[in-house]
Every structure is written in C-alpha cells, then in structure tokens.
Design a protein around this ligand. Structure first.
Ligand code: 6R9
Length: 567
C-alpha cells in the first residue's frame, strides 16, 4: 500500500495539514470546491483527461473531459449570476443523474451559493418541506419533474426561479420558469469564482430524524480537506483509476464521494443513471473497466440474490478495490464478494452530518467480516455510555458511537435549527445516534440505531414524516410507522393505522394509501405493508408507542410497558 501508507503509520503521523499541503491551501485563503474540482485539475495538466463517462437509462452515452466540466460549471455559474443569484442563496438541484446535475453542483458552488441536492424521486410533499425550510431561491430541474414543482410553487414565495435544463433558452415567465440548455449556450471560458473561505456554506443535505421535519445539514467549503484525504486513502483512488460510485447525489455519498472526492483528485469517474439490475451493473463494470467501486449493502445483497451464474458472463477483472456504505454490511456479503470478485468489500461508516468517512476498513488492514473497521486516522472515535456519556473501555459492551468534534467535514449546524444541532454534543462528544461495540483489537461492530429512524436500502426514512403524510389521507385516523425486517433492504417501512368512521379496511384501500404516500413522499418511504388496528398502543399521556409495534415486528421482548395506556 505504498500509495497511501499503512494505517498504523498514518495514525502515528496524522495531521489534516497533509491534505491542505497537497491541495496547496493555506489557512485563511480562498477555498472553493467548484474550482478545486475543475479549474485546478485543468491547471495541473489534466484538462483533456476524461472526468465523466455517463450512461443514461436508455443506454445513451456521453463523455466529458475536465475542461468540459470546467466550462460547463462556469457557464451554469455565469447564468445563475446573471439572474441575480448570489453567495449564500440556496439553489436546489432536482434532477436525475444527468451530466447537468454534476456540472450545476460545481456551478452553484462557484458563485458561492449553497447547493441543495434532492432526489428526483421525491414527491411534492417531500420536496415542499425541504424547499420551504431552506427558503430556496432557485431550483434547477428537468421537464419531467416540473409537474411536482408546479403543484407547490404557490406555497413557496421565496422560490423565484424554476430553471429547466432540457428546454430551449427562454426568458423568465410569469410562473417563474426559465428554459436553459447548456447545449445552446456559448461556453464561458473565463469566470470569476466567488472567493469563498473555509467556513463559507457549501452543501445543504436533508436528513431524516425521528421527530419533526427533516433537518438540513449545513456543510462548508473546508469539508474538501476531509473528503479529499478519505477518498485518497480509504477509497484508495489513484490517477489511472476508473471509479464508480453508485450513489445518487441526492444522498451525501453521491456528493462527498460521487463528485467532490474523485474530482478534487482529478480521477475519472462513471455514472450509470438507471435503476438496479445485476446484468446491467456487471456489464457497466466490464464496459468501462471500473477499477474502484463504492456501493451499498442493499445493492450487494441484490447482486448476491441474482446468483453466481450471471457473474460468469462478464469480465470483471478490472476491479481492484471495493467499498461499501450506508447500512450494516453483513459478513456473508464480504465473504461472497471475495469468492466472486476475488476482493472483499471494505465497509465504511459515516453520516450526512459527518460529511466524510469516519470508521473504515483501511486498505491493507485485516478485514473482520461484519465489522466496520476502525476510525480513520485523525478521527477520535469511541463507544460511550448512554447515561454517563463516558467512553466504555470494556470490550464487547454496547454503547453509543461518538466522535471528538473538529474534523474538517463535520456539519456546522442544522439549517435554522441550532438547538437540534447542539443536542448532538454531550460531554465533549458528537453523538452519532448509532450503537456499536468495540472488540479487543479496536474494531467497531455495528449494533443498530439509537432512535426510530428507518434505514431502508441505505436511505433514512423518518417515521414521523410518513405518519404525518398518512394522516393527510381521508381514511386514516391515527398512524404509527416502524421498520419491518427485510431480506434484501434490511428494513422496509410498515404502517399501522386506525380508520376514521365510515371507512372499512380492505386491500384496495391499503393499495390506495400506499400509492398516496409514494406520490407524496417517495417510493422508498411508501409502506410495504399497512396493518389495520382498532387502537394503537399508547402511553397514558397519549403518545403512540412505536417501540411496542417495532418489538412485535422483530420478535423482540417488548420491555417496559408500564406506561402503556390500555394494558
Ligand atoms: C453516509 C450515510 C447515516 C446512517 C448512520 C447509520 C447508517 C451508515 C453504515 C451504517 C452500519 C455502516 N450507516 N453507514 N450502518 N454500517 N457502514 O449513510 O449517511 O444517509 O446520513 O446515514 O446510516 O445508521 O447513522 P446517512
């Protein structure tokens, strides 16, 4: 591992200044992620190197050099600036994984504005709460997603511009829509990038909690330092790599490691904008000769399910290094990947809030299948007691995963919710909200979340958000939403509801309600099962006890139910 150094050596001599020096960044000077991911790479002599191989769902292919990325992001930046958008304005990206999404990400950063990426699969309600919370000023989208925005724009007075990238150039209409096509617009060669500093806001990702609406996690340009170094050392990206991060930029993995990490290193990456299919994925690896592959456990389990035979039809010998994130990576998946690809998936643990990889199976480190590995050099990680918040030194005892604050990519606050942000810090630790154990070699083993958030196929879903949406359906009286075990997705959403008078339980109604949620929120948040109840279990103070329903689904002990109302 001469390229990156051994874990032990890196631990001994670690300083974040290693990344600052490699990036020629000096404290107090300008740092702009948009510039680092395009202009700087061109200046380093890689203008003609391929930055992006793109394949759309209809099989259409495109490729772009770093110079193309530089020009496209300049052009989008200039267009936004001409509209009057300025630094710190929030600009939402609401697109499929088309090239414009990647260019606009950098373009928004180049004008010093805050980029707010959202999954294009979101329904109008999911979209509304996030645009409303961030007081977003512009949204960049495609024709196919316009209808969802049109539905909610009257409720969003701050949303001044609805920019559509697959329409010919038009002036802003009364309904705030503007056509903007990169192909019709002359490329902007010289663009003055806004002089953002380390603490200038950069990316705003929304993440789901147990209570309340989703929270906007605010990142700053200095996050680049962590993202660059973890990409280099953990994902082990090298100059001649062809990298494939399967994550959508609506999720933090798709920005930290699907844009910023690889491009700040000047590495070629490829994007496949289509849903999951084992043959399509293997074909993609073979076609582009992918060397480094960063994916997620649900995808790996789906590949396992597709069987060993299908793999034999493809030449996957280009693969050099594999990593995974987002949910527990079971030991079977690691063992399977070694048998099938001759390589083990390296699990990595981190969060939207942490901005970069925190616990990892560092390349060269012995992998214990089923373990998340050890903290990245420069990260102090511990398991702390849930009452005293003191580190647990005993091995094998369950506690809360906690980190000492201060790494560069750490969130700076929750948007408009400093109080919730402060609650994340106790006794000098940042609390992740997850539980784990540590073994005698210092490896972390994931146990579960410390809250009710549902992790389905690596996506966090707030039970509160689904419960609230359910209540908007005319038939639903009360609702409680919990995770239900699932072989491939690990967890899926299950809803318990009571009906309002005059409605009768039926499978047609169940389907109707499921669809209602899919349209409002997203297919991931849609309950896979709805169970009708006469009453929901409640505390004496009237709070619905999700815990009781959760335990039932998982066949666990219910625990203390002394506060249960109808016991
Ligand atoms: C990057 C990302 C964060 C939550 C996190 C935890 C779960 C992430 C994991 C993992 C087990 C891993 N999680 N990585 N659980 N093993 N390697 O996933 O961000 O969407 O904010 O989710 O995902 O519960 O707290 P985010």
């Amino acid at each position: 591992m001469s390229n990156i150094g051994s874990y032990e050596d890196r631990l001994k001599n670690f300083a974040w200044s290693i990344a600052e020096d490699e990036l020629d960044y000096k404290s107090g000077e300008i740092i702009n992620i948009g510039w680092y991911c395009s202009d700087r790479i061109c200046q380093k002599g890689k203008a003609d190197k391929i930055a992006l191989y793109y394949e759309g769902f209809e099989g259409n292919e495109k490729k772009f050099t770093f110079n193309d990325v530089r020009l496209a992001s300049n052009t989008i930046g200039a267009f936004l600036k001409n509209l009057g958008l300025k630094n710190e304005d929030r600009v939402c990206l609401f697109m499929d994984r088309i090239p414009e999404l990647y260019f606009a990400f950098l373009g928004v950063l180049k004008i010093g504005a805050v980029v707010q990426p959202l999954f294009s699969a979101f329904g109008d309600e999911s979209l509304f709460v996030r645009l409303d919370n961030a007081q977003t000023r512009a949204i960049i989208t495609q024709n196919k997603h316009l209808s969802k925005i049109r539905k909610i724009r009257e409720k969003l007075p701050n949303l001044e511009f609805i920019i559509v990238v697959d329409q010919v150039r038009t002036k802003k209409t009364e309904n705030r829509e503007i056509g903007f096509s990169l192909e019709d617009t002359p490329p902007v060669e010289k663009f003055t990038i806004f002089p953002t500093k380390a603490e200038s806001p950069s990316v705003l990702h929304y993440t789901s909690g147990t209570t309340g609406q989703p929270k906007g996690v605010k990142h700053v340009h200095y996050s680049l330092i962590s993202q660059y170094l973890t990409t280099k050392w953990v994902l082990d990206l090298r100059d001649d790599d062809i990298y494939w991060c399967t994550a959508d930029p609506g999720w933090v993995t798709g920005t930290s490691y699907g844009i910023i990490g690889p491009w700040s290193l000047g590495v070629t990456q490829c994007v496949l904008d289509s849903g999951f299919s084992a043959p399509a994925w293997y074909k993609f690896i073979e076609k582009y000769k992918v060397t480094m592959w960063y994916s997620a456990p649900t995808a790996i389990r789906s590949l396992m399910k597709a069987g060993d035979e299908v793999v034999k039809n493809y030449n996957l010998s280009s693969l050099r290094h594999l990593a995974s994130v987002g949910e527990p990576l079971n030991s079977e998946a690691v063992i399977w990947s070694e048998r099938i690809f001759g390589k083990q998936f390296h699990d990595t643990f981190w969060q939207t809030e942490t901005g970069s990889i925190m616990i990892t199976n560092y390349p060269g480190m012995k992998i214990k299948p089923g373990s998340m590995g050890k903290p990245f050099p420069g990260i102090t990680g511990a398991i702390v007691d849930s009452k005293t918040f003191e580190p647990i030194l005993e091995t094998g005892k369950v506690g809360l995963i906690a980190f000492k604050p201060g790494w560069p990519a750490m969130m700076r606050t929750y948007w408009n919710n400093n109080e919730k942000y402060r609650e994340k810090f106790v006794n000098g630790w940042y609390l992740s909200g997850d539980k784990a154990t540590i073994d005698s070699d210092g490896y972390f083993w994931f146990i579960g979340r410390d809250d009710d958030v549902i992790n389905t196929a690596g996506h966090l879903v707030s039970p509160f958000e689904v419960e609230s949406a359910l209540l908007e359906h005319p038939a639903v009286g009360e609702s409680a939403v919990v995770a239900k075990p699932d072989e491939v997705n690990m967890e899926v959403v299950k809803a318990f509801i009571t009906l309002k008078p005059g409605f009768t339980a039926s499978s047609d109604l169940e389907l109707e309600i499921m669809n209602f949620i899919r349209k409002k929120l997203s297919s991931l948040a849609m309950p896979q099962e709805i169970e009708y109840m006469d009453n929901l279990p409640k505390t004496r103070s009237g709070k619905i006890m999700r815990r009781v329903l959760h335990a039932r689904e998982w066949g666990e002990e219910i625990g203390d139910i002394s506060t249960l109302e109808n016991d």
